[in-house]
Design a protein around this ligand. Sequence first.
Ligand SMILES: Cc1ncc(COP(=O)(O)O)c(C=O)c1O
Length: 356
Amino acid sequence: MRDKDFSRMLNPALQRIGAYSVEGGQSAEIKLNQNESPFDLPEGLKDAILDEFKQESWNRYPDILPYRGIQAYAEFTGVSPESVMMSNGSNEMLYTIFIACLEKGSRIVLPEPSFSLYDKLAIMLQAERIIVPMHDDLGFDVPEIIRRAQEERAAFIVLSTPNNPTGKSLSIEDIRMIVHEVDAIVLVDEAYVEFSREDSALCLIDEAPNLIVLRTMSKALALAGMRIGFALTNPALLAEIAKPKIPFTSSRLAEITLQHVLANYHLVEESVSYILQERERIYEALKGISGLHVFESDANFIIIRVRNAQEVFSFLAGEGILVRNVSGYPLMQNCLRFNIGLRKENDLLLEKLRMM
Ligand SMILES: Cc1ncc(COP(=O)(O)O)c(C=O)c1O
């Protein structure tokens, strides 16, 4: 049994994907490689959350529909609770929505480069991927997205805006045009929306029955470890895409944490305002460093192009600074990505980049 070849018993699509990994790992003195917030929740807030969580019965299942978390996010965003679904991080919601929208042979339009999970899920579901390359400045090619979706009769379009890993956004006019001109479900992944110069697509969900907006609490809300994501769309579409959802994935701890963080949203606003100021300061500083090109970003991270990304990545890692080498993405040769950290971390990064 030990020597048996299991590969022929498994889904053949597994041969076309790899396991998720983070080059350089997940711990470093200065960790800037996963687009996290540099600020943890204050101790007092954590205590209040844990005190409330202690009152729960840990032997009981949480709610199938985590209505307390849903209610809190519905109130926060100003939509009805019937328009909101909560998940264990937005990655889990991506699985649910992809399963609901794709079958073998159905067509999905994916701008490239974009968040790697989209591609992976499309491959696993044996969908046909229609790839629309970004422009050389890494911006979206909106007319081509529409043209290819129409021409190929695509069922599904996934847009990350601001986009990971490029940091570029679509305007609300772009999104409005796309949702109205295509005959497809359009998923707009707004993982970084709080940092964007552009508005959220949420205001379009009443006028566009084919639009789903995806949110995560892992970035601006600084809750990556708590695993909270949301999908927002009209109630009819929500009821359909909720069908394949894994039940009970949102813990009561996640719901309680969300309620407390939304009730203290000034903390999020303060950290977003710090990150935006630092993003501009670092962008200007990087423009003054010869031998690298910096791309303007709408997210909590910045992309630079250097002469040799692997060399710079290794040099920084040796200095205790972990960034992401995103050179493997199309159009991003010799590019590195790093999120905004604490001021002293950012200063050290700039100092090291000046030495290269
Ligand atoms: C564009 C985008 N969508 C979704 C996610 C997943 O976030 P989470 O599962 O932590 O909610 C990420 C994480 O980096 C991302 O960059």
